[in-house]
Write a protein that binds this ligand. Sequence first.
Ligand code: MRU
Length: 368
Amino acid sequence: MQVDGKAFRTIWLGADGESVEIIDQTKLPHRFEIVTLENLDDAARAIADMLVRGAPLIGATAAYGMALAARAEASDQALSAAYEKLHATRPTAINLRWALDEIMRVLGPLPVSERRARAYSRAAEIADEDVEINRGIGRAGLPIIEAICAGKRPGETVNILTHCNAGWLATVDWGTATAPIYMAHEAGIPVHVWVDETRPRNQGASLTAWELGHHGVPHTVIADNTGGHLMQHGMVDMVIVGTDRTTASGDVCNKIGTYLKALAARDNGVPFYVGLPSPTIDFRVHDGVKEIPIEERSGDEVAKITGRTAAGEIETVTIVPDGSPVANYAFDVTPARLVTGLITERGVLAANREAIAAAFPERVQAAA
Ligand code: MRU
């Protein structure tokens, strides 16, 4: 997508053809900085410290992390150690394991001498596939927005609420939740996005608002607790969120607070959609609440907040009393029964086992 008139993806190869470049998302929205990953440790740190984040981008970075590892040593032992290191970075987004398994699957049968080149080419394919998947989600989701628009008075705005950042910054390009929004905007449909700030790390306020702004998509940042009120007053036509892991039966794990939005949407008859790329489906799990590991991050993310001062300095301040315990659960699970539809690259699916299995039979078979 565009940043100041220049097209960017979130991850690409450096000039030497082997180092990996990323946008440091911890610096946004105040600074646009590019960071170079030279080795496995750099890649693992970038994921764990959330320089890159969002399930699909975590997967792509992990794939390139394996390539960076193979650059140093491509023996079975070295690759297994790299797999374990990258897998341990973040527990919830299943794209991480999916991408690591993909790299191991293609490298395993190859002689060591051929693994480095293949790791880079498979990582590049994974990145390109992500872009195509998201384009597919955009195409599948666009008719939903068109239908809502058709039911309104001519020129009336379609109001869409989203949570966290499931935009192009969370993927390689396009985003998942945002792909239908960008396509609707490009098609001339008047869309406006309610952007949940998404405490504690403020991915909505910092990232979604930034990328929508750079694309000229009208949006308004709201405090996380605002959505229910807006829905009660007819100010939200639909919700679209992303997901870090969706079970074979359609339970959706996403950024903490998503579940509350789904409850409010159900109570107010607002459709609740999920942008779901197929690598985010975990065919090995069925009950999201019981089976998906929920990341618990440092309490500092809750106790402190970072922003830009009037003088332009980036500063972090503490917002809780000294000594107050804090808890930081990073994700929650929205049960399938609250989901209106899963917008995938193969169309909009009902959130149930049968519909998901029918759309992705090869994945069901592979997981069996
Ligand atoms: O903790 P994060 O910022 O990695 O969480 C990201 C989300 O929850 C996104 O909504 C999800 O990964 C979908 S991204 C297309």
